[in-house]
Design a protein around this ligand. Sequence first.
Ligand SMILES: O=C[C@H](O)[C@H](O)COP(=O)(O)O
Ligand SMILES: C=C(OP(=O)(O)O)C(=O)O
Length: 468
Amino acid sequence: MTHSSGAAPGEARVRAAREQRLADRLAAALARPTAQQPEWPDPARARTVVARLRASPPIVTESETAQLSERLSAVARGEAFLLQSGDCAETFSEATEPHLRANLGLLKRMALLLAHAAGLPVVPLARMAGQYAKPRSRPVDADGLPVYRGDMVNSAVRTLAARSPDPERMLRAHGHAARVMALARTVYAQELADPCTGILSYLQGVPGGDRFARTAERIGPDPSPRSEQIYVGHEMLLLDYECAPLHTAGFTTGPEPLLASPLAHFLWIGERTRGLGDAHLAVAELLANPVGVKIGPSTTPEQAVEYVRRLDPHGTPGRLTLISRMGHALVREVLPPIVEKVTATGHQVVWQCDPMHGNSRTTADGRKTRHFDDIVAEISGFFEVHRTLGTHPGGLHLEATGEDVTECLGGARGLREDDLSARYRTACDPRLNAEQSMELAFTVAELLTAVSRPAARQTALHSSRSQR
Ligand SMILES: O=C[C@H](O)[C@H](O)COP(=O)(O)O
Ligand SMILES: C=C(OP(=O)(O)O)C(=O)O
């Protein structure tokens, strides 16, 4: 943790004491049980890398993070919609401008579409510039090798040496993330000066695209404030990487000082590391950045309330995003008591639907995939639950790419299992391709048009225009 010098001696002492308290709390958090961490073969080498990460330059700025916090408050109040999308696992080899352009262009088109459908500003959040570590279900793969845990930890190549965790990879990940973020800022602002053209060419190119023509007609300039600004987030998984550069934040969401992560605007805790007694949650409690928690089908309403109590102690709207990933068959059953119990606490969280992770399946030849229809069914269930309870379905969290991959089944071209081998390129879980993603955006646009209230739409559009 760092602080600037130049303050009066009394002030410097107060600041030093405050930093020491935060350092002690972080050390206590890290002493708790941790899941899904690599065992570095050479711990001394790992410590050297962590020391270098501590001195590394920031990837995002605190003012951008504070701005995202404000925008998530609007989402939690029902005045905006959050769209998060990107690769399941970023790789070093795909940290290229064409790949970033494809993913960010897609995110921008989808955001524009949803903004018009919901009549609300859309906050774009890319799974990018840090999504290099993956939690896994099993420690070894089908060949008996240690499982691939993301480019930040080991290599996907199928040899024992390649799968050995290498701490130097954390430095490479940081370097790639910094470069990706710098590029993303420029690319997102530039990409599709005229996104309507991209949307219309999708409609013309895909079978049955004309069924969305009426929705497309309503699209005009982006009504979202700061529509050139992109935010990034990743799973806060690998604690050596995540905790090294934490420093006392210049902004806070309550009376006490907190730690800022300079690695991303938004961080979330995954389904496999959300234990209430575990380190990930205790670290997230110390962060000034907005945070999320994935909640799968085994989550109880009591656990959800505990996440809210711990991660949003001061009742800051949008400070916490609860990312439900129940699966299409369970969302209508499991989500309602959670939403009811959390709503009764009076805290205003962002309710976000991840329709990907509860709908994974394996094909006969061992490929992981997801069906477009299951993804739509989970989103429909999520909207239905919120419509019934009078709460705001605040956002979506997708694994999607603007590339023409063949990883998920179904969609307008009716991709079947036999088609998947053509361009199955994901490093981990299957992503929607560009066409499937646009089809999903149009489908969700129609759901949103059905749920959004015209009066609220007018007010939100008016106020977002006046902020520009
Ligand atoms: O992206 C999410 C997880 O890392 C992934 O679903 C785990 O996959 P596995 O079950 O193949 O380990
Ligand atoms: C691992 C992920 O999801 P979950 O924790 O929900 O399984 C993810 O979003 O990459």
